[in-house]
Design a protein. Structure first.
Length: 259
């Protein structure tokens, strides 16, 4: 199976499955969704941290050599700052609840505007996800699979929030599902574009991996973990830690087994 085929297959499969999982999740009773969503977010946090620190960064450092490690550090820092700016510009939208402060509307017009904005933001985000997955596959097929797993893990909670916003914006259930699926599948576009742009420039791959790691770390630390801190009881804390650790272990075992 060629590298391009892997990229297309994993980006398409991940986009379709995350959108489908989100739509099925919204069919559950609200109480069940409320109880289950933090657990999904906890696992996704661990998967993102594991993929960034145990897979992507080691491969990036290996690609440039130990003497140039500081360049990877600078790229990682630049990536984190760039994602901060993007989020401030509302291009990077991550909401892991059916409603959150960033999306609370004042009227029907704001509901519709939020729905349009979330489609744009989600499509842009998924294009970047496709680029990150392609960069990983161009480095190593096994690393690409691990990266795709991590992307898929954090896509489900995000897609649940995005789909809720679309429904709240006045879209019918069918239209919301179709548009959400199309936005998810833009990752295929990003993956194909990156394959043809990054392939000839192999020396850029380690830095693309560092950018991928920065996005994973930013989402996990700046977005997911603060949401987990809203639950402060001991039982929730233990469950969150256990699921975060499980996410890390799944990525570690996947990476070790594939190698």
């Amino acid at each position: 199976m060629s590298t391009l085929a892997w990229i297309i297959a994993l980006t398409a499969l991940g986009g379709a499955l995350s959108a489908l999982a989100a739509s099925l999740f919204l069919l559950l009773p609200e109480k069940t969704r409320t109880q289950a969503l933090p657990h999904l977010v906890s696992f996704a946090t661990g998967a993102l941290l594991g993929a960034a620190l145990l897979a992507l960064l080691p491969h990036a450092i290996e690609g440039v050599g130990i003497s140039n490690t500081h360049y990877i550090g600078l790229t990682l820092l630049a990536g984190i700052l760039a994602f901060f700016v993007l989020e401030k510009l509302v291009l990077w939208r991550h909401c892991h609840q059916d409603a959150c402060e960033a999306h609370v509307p004042n009227d029907a017009d704001r509901d519709a505007a939020s729905a349009a904005l979330i489609l744009f933001g989600d499509g842009f985000h998924n294009i970047l996800d496709g680029v990150l997955i392609a960069a990983a596959f161009l480095t190593d097929v096994h690393l690409g699979i691990v990266t795709a797993i991590a992307v898929f893990a954090h896509e489900i909670p995000q897609e649940v929030g995005d789909l809720a916003i679309l429904l709240n914006g006045g879209l019918t259930r069918r239209r919301a599902l179709i548009l959400n699926l199309l936005a998810s599948l833009t990752s295929v576009v990003g993956g194909i574009a990156a394959y043809f742009l990054l392939g000839p420039a192999l020396q850029a791959l380690p830095y693309a991996l560092a950018i991928a790691a920065s996005s994973f770390l930013y989402v996990a630390v700046a977005d997911l973990i603060p949401g987990l801190h809203r639950q402060i009881d001991m039982g929730s804390g233990i469950a969150q830690f256990t699921l975060i650790a499980l996410g890390v272990i799944v990525i570690y075992l996947s990476h070790a087994t594939l190698h």
